[in-house]
Unconditional design. Structure first.
Length: 406
């Protein structure tokens, strides 16, 4: 029996089904929902266009959806017997898809010989079953700096302040650093650097801690005490400031890097600085991103789905993605190739991954993100203290988990 854990599933049921029922148009249509953005999205659209041009009786249709919307609508549609044939997204969606019986085990679609090429990063499992085959691992934050404005990145948070102050003295530079610091995902490197984490091994939140308070206070000090980051920020503001060289550095992920080159920024990557007090690196979350198959795909359609997935995740595609997008391959032969070894951006990205924390696959992760957001943003707006923010995050997440998984 499927687990309808989210009340939103019922509310969105009719909306999700609209436009999801395949039409009998005389050819096989494979529909993919994805959340690729920026240069990766443009690359994906071209890959699909090229693939379609080589087909006579097959047409692949792709639709972008923002990650939250994608997950909720996909589950609702799949539970209702419909939805796209393939869904692309990060690994933290897998447990929710599996709990709601929305996707097939990936070994029902791809054979063991093909999957044997992948390292452990590329095959995402939950409860001893593999549910997702990846085309990359990463989705992680790094420290990105403008080489013209900051010749050398800081190695520790103690040196960060001095480096940012120096960079901010240059003409035209408003801020030493910018990033989407009001979003919990972008807060994680500071939390881990101070020795904290979001959950224990049982999926229970671990947010009301001294580490959470110190991490929040450090960000507040960067903004309010030292005035080194913008007084207000979101993702688009941070992107604009860095691309326009009004900020000397930014914390962002691989989906954005090629856009900086397109904007004419001579950028470099480095690890997000270490916290001297704890001796720990500021560790972002790292996760695979890849494809899962809707449980409703009929058996007669699976061969076409299999061929498409082999094309989208195979060695040739991962090599192209590494070369053109600087994504980290999850096929060992590609990761060890000259394409990766001779790419300085990829090498720097891999150095950050070495100290990153794996994305949890526990289904409670969604309640943790959602429960953190409100209290955390109240702290950032000056409404409550860092200590009260940590307490409220803990309480809110516990409530959401109890309401969802009773």
């Amino acid at each position: 029996m499927r687990h309808l854990a989210y009340p939103l599933l019922i509310l969105l049921f009719g909306l999700a089904l609209a436009g999801c029922v395949p039409e009998d148009d005389g050819e096989t249509t494979i529909r993919i929902w994805h959340q690729k953005i920026g240069a990766e999205r443009a690359f994906f659209e071209q890959v699909i266009a090229d693939y379609n041009a080589q087909q006579d009786t097959l047409d692949v249709e792709i639709l972008y959806r923002e990650n939250e919307e994608l997950r909720n609508l996909f589950i609702t549609a799949s539970v209702g017997g419909s939805g796209p044939d393939i869904v692309f997204g990060p690994s933290d969606n897998v447990s929710i898809y599996a709990l709601t019986e929305s996707i097939l085990p990936i070994r029902r679609v791809l054979d063991d010989d093909f999957l044997a090429q992948f390292n452990e990063d590329g095959l995402v499992a939950w409860k001893d079953t593999t549910w997702l085959v990846a085309d990359q691992v990463g989705n992680h934050l790094t420290y990105v700096y403008n080489k013209r404005l900051m010749p050398e990145p800081p190695a520790t948070m103690d040196s960060l302040i001095a480096v940012l102050q120096e960079a901010q003295q240059q003409e035209g530079v408003r801020y030493g650093l910018t990033w989407n610091y009001t979003e919990p995902f972008f807060f994680i490197p500071f939390l881990t650097g101070f020795g904290g984490w979001i959950m224990d091994e049982e999926g229970r939140p671990t947010l009301d801690t001294e580490a959470t308070v110190k991490a929040i206070q450090f960000i507040l000090d960067l903004r309010d005490r030292y005035e080194l980051i913008p007084p207000q920020s979101d993702y688009n503001v941070a992107e604009t400031l860095f691309k326009d060289e009004l900020a000397a550095s930014i914390i962002n992920g691989p989906w954005a890097w090629s856009g900086y080159a397109d904007a004419g920024v001579d950028y470099g990557l480095a690890r997000i600085p270490k916290i001297a007090e704890t001796g720990q690196w500021s560790a972002p979350i790292v996760s695979a991103k890849g494809y899962s198959v809707n449980v409703n795909v009929p058996d007669e359609k699976l061969p076409a789905v299999r061929d498409l997935l082999m094309h989208l995740t195979g060695p040739e595609m991962q090599t192209r993605m590494a070369r053109e997008l600087s994504t980290i391959p999850v096929i060992d032969a590609v990761r060890q190739s000259d394409v990766v070894r001779e790419n300085p951006i990829l090498q720097a990205s891999l150095q950050q991954v070495e100290v990153a924390r794996p994305m949890p696959t526990a289904p409670q992760l969604r309640q943790i993100w959602d429960g953190m957001r409100g209290p955390y943003q109240l702290v950032m707006s000056g409404t409550i203290s860092a200590e009260e923010g940590a307490r409220r995050m803990q309480r809110e997440v516990e409530k959401r988990i109890a309401d969802t998984f009773l």
